[in-house]
Design a protein around this ligand. Structure first.
Ligand code: AMP
Length: 289
């Protein structure tokens, strides 16, 4: 018989209880780190939790599949869920609290307020293809930050545009929390970890590796001196097409302002959104010149 796991994490489902918990921690002069997620946790999420545990007295992770950030034909209903497993994983990395509110708790009847980060940060890349997505993201993140009231909140570079949008919102709305962005965690073959990878059949899973391969090829081209975004994109799309992977976009944009660039100069985000079968995956790298 293995040793019993010591269960120390608590699960909170109401906004009131979450607020009370955080207020108590802060009353004692201690810090709170926060990791918002949609669950079905993997090493990408757990890396954020570990960082929070290292840097904060208490760590709160949330699981909330936020209807406001899904479009009408997107995968809200089939989004993968396994809360019991998630709880074990969170306990394993020593999170203190799982905040797990219902949709009703977050969006009660009559709910009418949404946050929009306007302009270049949201009308490009995923924002151009998923109308309302970042409005939903900004709204739920602001609500969660208001409820949990953390000193710092951790996000992944995997969702590069989301991280930039949230940083902008935090700055513009004078939020207290420090927004920290952590590197992309990948499987051994390079595929960026994602809850949505579970949708992939074994054949699709193998094909999906071409996304990171194409980004790595872009990095190599830049290292060899290629500056033309057109050439880099051509090389990447040839690789993706050869695997039958359809792209929503391959883009090279300023890493901080997300404005399109024609030449690689300064810190540039090269980002891909691609369909492997009926699964949409995103990934990116930053190159610097
Ligand atoms: P999600 O549950 O997909 O909403 O993701 C919750 C948080 O985990 C977001 O800040 C993501 O950017 C981050 N995240 C997801 N996958 C990864 C990954 N492979 N590496 C690093 N962070 C990730």
């Amino acid at each position: 018989m293995g040793r019993p796991i010591l269960k120390v994490m608590i699960t909170i489902t109401t906004i009131k209880d979450m607020r009370d918990y955080s207020a108590e921690v802060r009353r004692n002069g201690k810090t709170i780190g926060f990791v918002p997620t949609m669950g079905y946790l993997h090493e990408g999420h757990l890396g954020l939790v570990r960082e929070s545990v290292l840097t904060s007295f208490r760590t709160v992770a949330s699981i909330f599949v936020n209807p406001a950030q899904f479009g009408p034909n997107e995968d809200l209903d089939k989004y993968p869920r396994n809360t019991e497993k998630d709880k074990e994983l969170l306990e394993g990395v020593k999170a203190d609290v799982l905040f797990f509110p219902s949709v009703r708790e977050m969006y009660p009847e009559g709910y009418s307020t949404y946050v929009t980060v306007e302009g270049a940060l949201t009308d490009t890349l995923c924002g151009a293809l998923r109308p309302g997505h970042f409005r939903g993201v900004a709204t739920v993140v602001l609500k969660l930050l208001n409820i949990v009231d953390p000193d710092r909140a951790f996000f992944g570079q995997k969702d590069a545009q989301q991280a930039i949008v949230i940083k902008r919102m935090a700055k513009d709305l004078d939020l207290r929390a420090d927004i920290r962005v952590m590197p992309i965690i990948r499987d051994e073959d390079g595929l960026a970890m994602s809850s949505r990878n579970v949708y992939l059949s074994p054949i699709e899973r193998a094909k999906a590796t071409v996304i990171y391969k194409s980004l790595s090829a872009a990095v190599d081209l830049v290292k060899k001196g290629e500056r033309s975004v057109r050439e880099i994109k051509l090389a990447m799309s040839a690789m993706l097409e050869a695997e039958g992977v359809r792209t929503d976009y391959i883009a090279a944009v300023g890493a901080d302002d997300l404005r399109p660039v024609e030449k690689i100069k300064g810190r540039t985000l090269i980002a891909v959104a691609a369909w492997v079968g009926s699964t949409r995956l995103i990934d990116n790298v930053i190159v610097e010149r």
